[in-house]
Design a protein around this ligand. Sequence first.
Ligand SMILES: Cc1cc2nc3c(=O)[nH]c(=O)nc-3n(C[C@H](O)[C@H](O)[C@H](O)COP(=O)(O)OP(=O)(O)OC[C@H]3O[C@@H](n4cnc5c(N)ncnc54)[C@H](O)[C@@H]3O)c2cc1C
Length: 583
Amino acid sequence: MPVYKAPIEDFAFLFNHVLKIQDHKHLKGFDELTPDLLEAVLEGAGKLVEEEFFPLNRHGDEEGCRLEDNHVYVPSGFAEAYGKYCEGGWASLTADECDGGQALPHMIGGAVMEMLSSANFSLSLFPLLSHSAYMALKAHASEDIRNAYLPKMASGQWTGTMHLTEPHAGTDLALLRTKAKPLDDGSYAIEGTKIFITCGEHELAENIIHLVLARLPDAPEGVRGISLFVVPKFMVNEDGSLGDRNQVFCASLEKKMGIHGSPTCVMNLDGAKGFLVGAPHQGLKSMFTMMNAARLFVGIQGLSQAEVAYQNAHAYACDRLQGRGPRGAVDEHSAADPIIVHPDVRRMLLTQKSQIEGGRALALFALMQMDLAHAADNQEEREEADDLTAFLTPVVKAHLSDIGSEGANLAVQCFGGHGFVREWGVEQFVRDTRICQIYEGTNGVQAMDLVGRKMNLHDGRLPRRFFDKITQSLTKMEAGPAEEFVAPLHAGVTKLQDALAQLATMDLADRGAAAYPAMQAVGTLSIAWMWAEMAHASTNTNMAKIPTARFYFQQILPKLDYLCQIIGHGGQVIETHPIGHVA
Ligand SMILES: Cc1cc2nc3c(=O)[nH]c(=O)nc-3n(C[C@H](O)[C@H](O)[C@H](O)COP(=O)(O)OP(=O)(O)OC[C@H]3O[C@@H](n4cnc5c(N)ncnc54)[C@H](O)[C@@H]3O)c2cc1C
């Protein structure tokens, strides 16, 4: 059976020594986060996921979800585990105090989400979607709606969903057709079909709060004509009690490659009663306020599967006896050595480990910038943090979810044929993590967001902030314990800056072709930067980060060279190839 141990020590090292959260303890949200509280949160979350979430992971994959008479049943045991999650106050960790939340920084929520998701990806989706819906309502809903919905969403008593996708409108939401007809009482009748809706229907919570994108009758064409509505499964009475069942039903469940314990629903809205959130026709903008956070969390989800897969691959490699090491027998008393002696197996394990730990540092750094964008002392610092969050969000989403798939696949490879069969449980991680590269905006679209939008905002201010930040780190590291990483990191910065400058001069087609390698290049360099930071911070701690940093710098960072070379080639060969239509 698979194993999982929450990487609490690594989280504590990152928060205390790399991100140095105590330096920010005068700021709102950080002020509550004493070392004792941090330890209690990490240990409490680790215990919850190891004892309640992880034991249900394999079983949830096998049992899956089922739809009967408009009710969706999730795997047995999920309701009890979700109940313990809510009872322990985990749902309200980062919610506002006025909604009964604990108002801790989102980076702490990120660490907890990684653990929940490693332990049971499907079950962790209920809180994740609810958190996204909570944030969108918090930012845009009227006071009445906020008062009526948010405390119950914050406690986990009610869950949330995001209804964007329709059969003909996935990436291109301009094609969206769901309609909202104004009613005399100020509400709207919503009519349409949504597909692929995560946790669209289930019995885990008393009520489900759907956030639905739809068009008003006078809406302009395209994305400028989309409005956001809140559509509860059960209407909410003035005293907060639940009223009539709303006309929003699950028509069917998707049969899918992974996350079998998560209901992915086709949802029919048959004149469902909804309430406008924010201004008319501004729905997409409202949705995008919480998209940054959701995308950072999807990167973390990807990573979470690489982590649990790595833990299993490492345990197996220490145990499985095959062949002898390259320098002769390591254990002469046994018929063969454990496969961890083989350089190629070590390469696979270290590829996983270096990308997971580096990716984790990057994700938490980005989440901390998101926190600082609200909490920092002055406007200049808030703007810098906001720029860094915006720049890194598509990179964390896409690069870390790619790493998730690569890591889970490498784990299967470490197991050989035993990884391909179901018995050991690692093939589930490959299937489950694959969705992270697709939803919340596909990775290709994230890459386009990075090069098409983020690079150019405010005359290129965002990438300048990013490179300035790395340069500050380089200065700090000179003549320190991470000195050996200064020159290669500096060379990487110069190479990437040159490649991005070249990309900036390209036309749209060339840029579209170079977008993915550009996103990978920024991700590869960002993780090298995090490794240098971790190596620097690891002296006087018991974390042995320098050997893994060396592995990353020697075996992964050189990929930056070929990625920059590909960027330089532009896209002519791609655009003119006779593979199919180009208008
Ligand atoms: C398990 C699961 C859960 C989901 N949960 C939700 C949910 O809760 N709520 C919700 O609303 N949706 C959800 N989705 C939908 C998901 O967000 C979409 O599948 C995703 O946005 C892609 O849309 P699509 O599938 O229509 O693919 P398409 O948009 O048809 O894309 C197909 C391919 O074309 C590429 N492509 C498309 N347009 C461009 C472009 N302009 N530039 C470059 N490449 C492009 C894409 O990158 C992709 O590779 C979920 C999907 C799944 C499978």
